[in-house]
Write a protein that binds this ligand. Structure first.
Ligand code: ATP
Ligand code: MG
Length: 274
């Protein structure tokens, strides 16, 4: 989620046999550029090939989170055209690599007054229109966030059958050169109430400089926000604060601490004491 300290590997350091297996899919690779933003995956690079650019995301098989590759590979076919297509997967030499359709664009800015904000609303609205596939095992919102509530059973308020992206890091919303919005980075995809993505966005908006009431006004432009029971939002703001606290405990840095503070400001604004 761009908030963790992780060690990115360089394309040039990958074993030759692994690169050959990729070349079998892509054709000759002319150059590889590491993507600087984002730290969850151990490899993130754009490959320039004779057949055009490809985005590669990789995890080592011995990484405790290597299962994120399975989630991304399984969900991607259900997400087009909002998310990039998975073109190939190579598991070899201790690595699990996914090749994605390359998106020419840049990450969104959530700053107050940013012209990107309406496009972000469109992106979050588009997620809400995707049917949550029955055939893919997806984490449930009530389990993911219920453990952060005093009474986990209260997380029934987060349940639903909508597809939820849940990682509203602005680097995950790519604004394309043609003026559209695409969403990447789906390992935290969740089944839950349709308003959850807008609610996750509130935390990032506050982190980006919006007062909580203004952040909620932006979130309310996502149609599903209107379905959110205010009590459910109160609980979700508390769950978000404690979720971000858990991320701080695991990865203490300025970004995670500021997100935790943003979430708690939202909860306080809603009259909760997280
Ligand atoms: N298909 C794509 N085409 C072009 N750029 C992409 C593509 N997918 C991701 N990116 C870029 O690479 C960055 C990292 O990708 P992604 O967010 O999927 O990886 P991550 O390591 O899981 O990141 P994070 O640290 O946010 O969890 C994105 O923020 C985006 O800028
Ligand atoms: Mg990301």
């Amino acid at each position: 989620m761009g908030t963790r300290q992780g060690l990115r590997h360089e394309w040039a350091d990958l074993p030759d046999d692994l690169v050959s297996a990729v070349v079998a899919h892509t054709g000759p690779i002319e150059r590889a550029d590491a993507v600087p933003a984002g730290y969850s995956s151990q490899l993130a690079s754009t490959l320039d090939t004779a057949n055009g650019p490809v985005f590669v995301k990789g995890m080592r098989l011995d990484h405790p989170n290597s299962g994120t590759q399975d989630v991304e590979a399984a969900i991607a076919p259900h997400l087009t055209p909002l998310a990039p297509k998975v073109l190939w997967r190579v598991v070899a030499e201790g690595w699990d690599l996914l090749g994605f359709e390359h998106i020419a664009g840049r990450g969104a800015s959530y700053a107050p007054g940013s012209p990107d904000l309406p496009l972000v609303v469109d992106g979050i609205t588009a997620v809400g229109r995707i049917a949550c596939p029955e055939s893919v095992r997806i984490k449930k919102a009530r389990t993911r966030w219920g453990r952060f509530l005093d009474y986990p059973a209260d997380a029934a308020a987060f349940a639903g059958d909508a597809l939820v992206h849940s990682d509203m890091n602005p680097g995950n919303l790519l604004l394309t050169v043609t003026g559209g919005v695409r969403m990447v980075d789906w390992p935290l995809v969740t089944r839950g109430a349709a308003w959850i993505d807008a609610a996750c966005w509130v935390v990032w908006l506050v982190y980006s400089g919006h007062p909580p009431h203004a952040a909620e006004q932006w979130a309310s432009r996502v149609p599903s926000w209107a379905d959110a029971d205010p009590d459910a939002l109160d609980l979700f703001a508390v769950a978000q604060t404690r979720y971000w606290q858990a991320i701080v405990d695991a990865h203490t840095n300025r970004v995670t601490m500021a997100l935790r503070t943003a979430a708690s400001r939202w909860a306080l604004h809603r009259g909760m004491w997280p």
